[in-house]
Design a binder for this molecule. Structure first.
Ligand code: NI
Length: 259
């Protein structure tokens, strides 16, 4: 769509990332039935609860290798399977959900919160916020935050703009930290679990924010290998909020917490 993205737009990393995200979110076709997970989570996948248990504090991502896995555009029909997988590995993740998908999926959202995941605002219905007035952006954000709050009792801390697209008007209307990504798995494009795993394992660095879409079955199928591979590299799986350790400010833009 945005062959001629205007210069005042804040582009994420590269035009490729933005165009990718556009296509990703345009394709919401339902894939085939979810596969049954067959890999039980091994013990020893440290979480904030485990590592921070003695001190009562969160993981110190300045000292440990942390990564935030993020899943956009859901919840979808494969999201509960993904939650099963994450639970099996004691891994935390962040879900940038659409407000329009909250109704009918409140159980899934409540489960996310109960199991220690973070829910972020990904707009009501995936509008390109750079095309909206400040008032429309404000309304979109509040409507989505409210749907999440009503469903879960928790307020989203962060938001992610659809397509990674923002302009100064949209930014001025958003009073949450805005979170993009530094690793784009291109999962919507490859629809290939092995490719998704390879990109993740090749490109993740300590402090990375990795972009996935849990509406794709192939992405959910990749997650066991992603978790095993990154764990082997010494990573801990934290939420975006934990990754940035409360340093984020409302209205500021973040791609990662790489050191
Ligand atoms: Ni999206």
């Amino acid at each position: 769509m945005n062959a001629t993205l205007s210069s005042q737009r804040i582009l994420v990393r590269s035009a490729v990332a933005v165009v990718s995200a556009v296509s990703a979110c345009a394709a919401l076709a339902a894939p085939a039935a979810a596969a049954v997970p067959d890999v039980p989570g091994p013990a020893g996948y440290a979480t904030s609860a485990v590592v921070g248990g003695l001190s009562g504090g969160p993981l110190d991502c300045a000292q440990l290798k942390c990564v935030a896995l993020t899943f956009d555009d859901g919840p979808g029909e494969h999201t509960d399977e993904l939650l099963d997988t994450l639970a099996g590995y004691d891994a935390q993740a962040t879900f940038y959900v659409l407000g329009s998908k909250v109704a009918g999926n409140t159980g899934t959202l409540q489960r996310m919160v109960e199991e220690g995941h973070e829910i972020g605002n990904h707009s009501w219905d995936h509008a390109d916020l750079a095309t909206l007035s400040a008032g429309a952006v404000e309304k979109d954000m509040e409507r989505t935050n409210e749907a999440i709050r009503e469903a879960t009792g928790t307020e989203p801390v962060t938001m992610r703009p659809p397509y990674g697209s923002l302009d100064d008007t949209a930014r001025s209307a958003i009073d949450q930290p805005m979170v993009l990504w530094d690793v784009d798995t291109l999962d919507w494009q490859s629809r290939d679990a092995d490719a998704v795993t390879d990109v993740t394992l090749d490109e993740t660095a300590p402090g990375s924010v990795v972009l996935y879409h849990d509406i794709h079955e192939s992405t959910v199928e990749a997650v066991p290998e992603v978790l095993k591979g990154l764990h082997r590299q010494g990573y801990h799986f934290v939420t975006v909020d934990e990754l940035f350790a409360d340093t984020m400010k409302p209205g500021d833009l973040y791609t990662d917490a790489r050191l």
